[in-house]
Structures are given as structure tokens and as C-alpha cells.
Design a protein around this ligand. Structure first.
Ligand SMILES: Nc1ncnc2c1ncn2[C@@H]1O[C@H](COP(=O)(O)OP(=O)(O)OP(=O)(O)O)[C@@H](O)[C@H]1O
Length: 240
């Protein structure tokens, strides 16, 4: 069953067509990767799914409900590409703020904050002000906030940028666990080709269109490529 369904979605910015007739179905309980060159429209597509942008044409449904829909907000955890954090507050204060926004009660709040901080290994840094965090720490805090409300769908825009390989591994292990054990649906954008390999399904975007989709194995076959770097380069028209 699909959690996210897009039908002929279009979006323009100042008469420039950014998303062109995109149709896509994302199954429940899968990790779905959106890949493609910088500027191809991945973030725009994600913002349309979250309901932060309105499509000019087409239909977007999440759990069979048309987006935007207030009831869906609680069911979607969204991690944006640019961190939306309060830099003069501590990590803990940021987490508390968002947990209250999601209407979690005190007991749930404490439990979810402890869980999310542990996953991104920020427990010991929660008393520091965010203005003193490194770029990677801010990304980790943003990811923790997306995990806070225990959403059915996690939408993560380049979640592992600036995060070291060991922690990246931990985060991927948790994403796998969330998928397998908690049956979450995870939509992720990435430029990192070894992460693309870890997704169950992928959509390859170019200039606002989805030019191929399927499992990593299928995409490698389509582009007659051994690695995902090759898929990416060949899809972009590069001669390899
Ligand atoms: N609010 C906006 N107004 C005008 N143009 C925009 C706006 N947001 C995005 N764009 C343009 O839309 C195109 C797609 O941008 P988008 O951020 O969706 O790409 P992306 O694939 O996520 O890129 P990256 O991988 O670099 O994050 C770009 O050319 C960008 O400049």
C-alpha cells in the first residue's frame, strides 16, 4: 500500500517550470530515495509533499488524504536541508520547544527527547547553546527533532551532510530499524551514492522530471552501471 501518491504534479517559480508532471507512488514501510543533480527539484518536491509549497497542478495524497492537511502534520516528521533551529537556545530547549509544539505530554516528551538525542549522539551536548554547535551537530539536532513526534513518515532532506562516517552508519542502522520494526515510511534525498544503494526504491530526477525509478539494482541495469556513481553520471549525460 502506498503512503505517498503524486499524480501529474507541477510547480513553477516565476514562470520557470521546476517540477514537471511528476507521478510517484511511495510504498509504506520502505526507504525511498530521491536522487539527482543539484537544482533538479528534489527539495521542491519534498516541500510539496510536506505541504509547505502548493502545487500548481496535479494531486498529492499522503495516507489517502489530499495535502495540505492539518491532520497529516503529526504523522510526518520533516528534516529540512537548512536547519530551522533557535541558535540562542540550548539543544535541550530546542527539543523541548518542538516537543511541546507536537503536543507531547511531559512523560512522552522526556522519553522521546532522550531517545532522539541518543540516536544522534547529542545527549552530552544538550546543555550547550546551538550557536556553539558545529554544522554537523546542528544537522544531528534537526534529525533528532524530526524523530521526536514518532511520525509514521519521515521525510529527510540530505540528513547525513556534514556527519562523520561512524555516526552516519548509526543513523542508517536506526533508519533500517524504524522501517523494519516500527514499519515507518522514510523518504530521503541524497547526493551520497552509497546511501542510494541502501534505499529499497529510488527515483532519479533530472530537470524537474523523474527519468527512472525502481530498485537500486534495476537502476544500475538501466544505465548498465556497476556503481551508483556511474548511474548518476550516465543519467546526467556524462560519458564514463
Ligand atoms: N522559492 C524559489 N523561488 C524561485 N526559484 C526557486 C525557489 N526554490 C527553488 N527554486 C529553484 O528551483 C530549482 C530546484 O531547486 P531545489 O532546491 O528543489 O533543487 P534540489 O534538487 O533540491 O537541489 P540540491 O540538491 O542542490 O539541494 C533550482 O533551480 C532553484 O533555484
Amino acid at each position: 500500500m502506498s503512503s505517498i501518491q503524486l499524480t501529474d504534479v507541477q510547480k513553477h517559480f516565476q514562470k520557470r517550470s521546476i517540477i514537471q508532471n511528476v507521478s510517484l507512488s511511495i510504498d509504506s514501510g520502505k526507504i525511498f530515495g530521491l536522487i539527482g543533480p543539484s537544482g533538479c527539484g528534489k527539495t521542491t518536491l519534498i516541500k510539496l509533499i510536506v505541504g509547505m509549497l502548493k502545487a500548481d497542478a496535479g494531486q498529492i495524497e499522503v495516507f489517502q488524504q489530499t495535502v495540505p492537511n492539518y491532520n497529516l502534520l503529526k504523522r510526518i516528521g520533516y528534516m529540512a536541508q537548512s536547519d530551522a533551529l533557535y541558535s540562542d537556545l540550548t539543544g535541550m530547549e530546542n527539543m523541548q520547544f518542538f516537543a511541546k509544539l507536537y503536543s507531547l505530554n511531559k512523560k512522552e516528551r522526556d522519553k522521546r527527547i532522550a531517545y532522539a538525542a541518543d540516536i544522534v549522539q547529542l545527549t552530552n551536548a544538550l546543555s550547550q547553546k546551538v550557536e556553539n554547535y558545529s554544522g554537523g551537530m546542528k544537522r544531528r539536532l534537526s534529525l533528532a527533532i524530526a524523530l521526536l513526534q514518532n511520525p509514521d513518515i519521515l521525510i529527510l532532506d540530505e540528513p547525513t551532510v556534514g556527519i562523520d562516517p561512524a555516526l552516519k552508519l548509526t543513523i542508517w542502522q536506526e533508519l533500517e530499524r524504524l522501517k523494519k520494526v516500527e514499519k515507518k515510511t522514510i523518504l530521503i534525498t541524497t547526493h551520497v551514492m552509497d546511501e542510494a544503494e541502501k534505499c529499497d526504491e529510488l527515483a532519479l530526477m533530472k530537470e524537474g522530471k523523474i527519468i527512472a525509478n525502481g530498485t537500486p539494482t534495476k537502476l544500475r541495469k538501466i544505465y548498465d552501471a556497476d556503481t551508483f556513481d556511474e548511474v548518476f553520471l550516465r543519467a546526467g549525460g556524462a560519458k564514463t
